[in-house]
Design a protein around this ligand. Sequence first.
Ligand code: GDP
Length: 694
Amino acid sequence: MSRTVPLDHVRNIGIMAHIDAGKTTCSERILFYCGKNYKIGEVHDGAATMDYMVQEQERGITITSAATVVQWQDHQISLIDTPGHVDFTAEVERSLRVLDGAIALFCAVGGVQPQTEQVWRQSEKYEVPKLCFINKMDRTGADFMGVIEEIRAELSGNPVPMVLPIGQAEHFEGLIDLLSMKAIRFDEASRGVKLIYSEIPEAQRADAEKWRHYMVEKAAEQDDAVLEKYLGGGVLTDDEILACLRKGCISRALVPVYCGTAFKNKGVQPLLDGVVKFLPSPLDVGSVHQADAPEIVRRPDDSEPFSGLAFKILSDKHMGKITFVRVYSGTLQVGATVLNTTVGAEARIGRLFRMHANRQEAIEMAHAGDIVAVVGLTKTRTGDTICDPEHPIVLESIEFPAPVISVSIRPASRADNEKLGSTLHTLAAEDPTFLVTYDPETSETIISGMGELHLEIIVDRLRREFNVGCEVGRPEVAYRETITTPVEGAYKHIKQSGGRGQYAHVCLRIELQEKGQGFVFENEVKGGNIPGEYIPAIEKGVIKAMEHGPCGGYPVVDVKVTVYDGSYHEVDSNEFAFIEAARVCFRNLFLKGNPELLEPIMDVEVTVPEDYMGAATGSICQRRGRVEGMEDKGGVKLVRGFVPLGEMFGYSSAIRTATQGRGSFTMHFEHYEAVPFNLAEAIMEKRRKENKVR
Ligand code: GDP
């Protein structure tokens, strides 16, 4: 089966926005304008398929909206879902990894809000070209030029308006298209499907000329030959302007800006034209290469060996485990065997689907640049590379932060017991920032995630979606342990209890690593003092000791451990003896290295009306936090600070009480910091009493 859409007509994009800016509405309108049968509100009304249970339908939406394919002007646009809540930044990161371009959506009143700022920065990290859409132009206080200024000042973007609004707020009528220099209005009866073109209103003529000039100048700056022509007084053709703007957008030298109101059906179609005109196709993005070997490359071409990245996993009652894969090169066919190079396992492609707005289309083959849903990849996890077994490649994986909060969970009844375990594992497979562990000492199942809300949503899904009754304990902070001074020393594990004895002698050095650098193990043993076959056992012993740190039973992080000497016994040495020697040696040394407890620090943004500024800053300071900044944002105050996670439990009701219900906040994990000494002592004492320190 050959491809139906040429590769340069493929767009893989996402919409990034602050909550409430209108992402859902805008996505729905995109489906509506692109779709043949799609009706606005169809999915949300639940009117589409009445026979399904509500929850199943909710789930159906999740499945299709993970990556929905639409057609716009002979182009295939895959809309990849990026979640709206800051708790799920890892989700945002993973979608940014596989998309080629993005629409940054702003509220015309709110402008650049905290989350847009954060996601914008993330998108820059992944070098994702962007368009801007300034939504809600119909709202009182809408300010197109104001938001443009904020994009420039706060996001260091280089915004280039492609349209100007005709009127703002209640007077918002339509757009001036600066490319065609026409006014566009949107026929209300057809919900904006029909565009009505006319001359630019006289009052805005001069303004339109000015911004057209600005656009042409920005375009010319993108190409030396065109710039020369322009500066020499030449008139640029529309094709030249478009080609230069496209070049500028793809190289992230500029961001084309559109505006409208998704809700009132104005401006979404010109935005879609912009997606096609300016955002890159997989061809523009170019080749991918092996993470640690840049010379192993795959071009975005159907004739190349297949390579792809699994970026999202969902489980469905009917279809089982669904893996969303971005195909970077080659083709993927039903029945083919692929190699997962990350875990080293082969799998057969059971079924392939393309997700449309309201249906799943089974396909036989996916091509380079496609985003597809695959059934049959049982062992594949998020971030894994799958490829042609004859031509292995390992693409860079997706990094996820470690969870910062845990709670114990148990089944409400015996009947729920079995279901709880299997459902938790299903959910953990979908979400790489959600972990399930079992503590055999306390017989507790512990779930860990990125915030209180993250775990609350999971527990809610367990109950509502999977009908598993469960009870949860109090949330606990995921502390870490590390040392502050380097230490070295030896330990001998000797046992002579009848029969064969045990002997292992290791000398270890523990050094500090930069925060967040993780664990490194090195072998410097010389002259065969410890035979090479025992070195992995020593590493195993160290890792075992690090799982439950000696201070509070928390994981040890950011240390480099070197085994530099030791000895062995011909008869009595074995793997077990070296594991034990390394474990005890690490433990003893760690306690001499002035250990400290680390706690997750959250970046907290509190939004309050002006009168409650004091309450907001106070609430941060009272919680061992520090205020990092204050801002005015569309008539409300925004207070930003860093607060230890341990102090944030119950914050949402506290801030509501303190502001008579008018304050709100968002938070996400920022970094780990040392816990103050007195507090650390108290935490460790409590852990010892609970028998959590082994
Ligand atoms: P999301 O949280 O970004 O997905 O935002 P939604 O699409 O759910 O929109 C949030 C709220 O804003 C909803 O009540 C929408 O009806 C409303 N909304 C969305 N777009 C517009 C718009 O263009 N103008 C106005 N006035 N309201 C809008």
